[in-house]
Design a protein around this ligand. Sequence first.
Ligand code: NAD
Ligand code: ZN
Length: 252
Amino acid sequence: MLTLQEQLQNAARLVRKAQRIVVLTGAGISTESGIPDFRSPGSIWLRNPPVSYPDFLNKPEARRQYWETRRSLSAQVKAARPNAAHRALVELERHNLLLGIITQNFDGLHHDAGHDSARVVELHGNSREAVCVLCGTRSPMEELQRRVDAGETDPRCTICSGYMKSATVLFGQHIPADVLVRAKELAETCDLFMVVGSSLQVLPAANLPRLALKNGVPLIIVNLAPTPLDDYADVVIREKAGLVLPRLVEML
Ligand code: NAD
Ligand code: ZN
């Protein structure tokens, strides 16, 4: 068993050799900012699985459930600020080592941390915006949440009456093709791939590190729980991202 310091040294050695790092982040990078993830023990999502896109479109009951669970999530996302892990990734960008961040998160915290926004690919959208599922019209989520808080249970688009939802990708909903193409390009052109705070159980995100592995690119995983790719990774650190990433960046 390696000590944390030894694992960090191994990771730092890989980072020092790299020039085009791609980082895939998941809900685990934002737990230290106060937004719970889906798959850690005790998560409300495990007891109460998130509404799928087909259900959202077809079942009024599913839309009611969607808006009920969104209320606490919206408040958590609104209150959240980037933590030490988000800030450490900005440091990587300042060192000119970061090709891009692919995030499964919809909380906008990578943007808030100060990245060049062209380098951040939000696979699952952004929950600060609302969108009409029919005509695609967007509006600030805060406005829509106010309508829901005021008693609307099934908010509709003011232009076409389509159902409104947050501009995030639900289970069973396709990721926009251009977003997925950008993510794959990053995974295929990087020279070091890092996973931070993802259980690697949600497709297609979980396939992105596999694209890098196919090219013989080293893989670092920083995640509290084991992931299906741990056996393929060069370094696996099962510690909090907010502890690991700043120490790693300090070692460069
Ligand atoms: P996940 O919930 O499946 O896995 C999160 C992983 O992070 C877990 O394995 C956990 O052990 C680990 N973790 C938790 N806290 C950590 C910490 N401080 N440091 C290191 N690791 C930590 O998350 P996922 O893989 O991103 O998939 C969940 C889906 O839910 C994604 O599609 C995402 O869109 C969505 N989601 C997003 C947010 C957000 O935007 N912040 C929050 C919840 C869920
Ligand atoms: Zn509309």
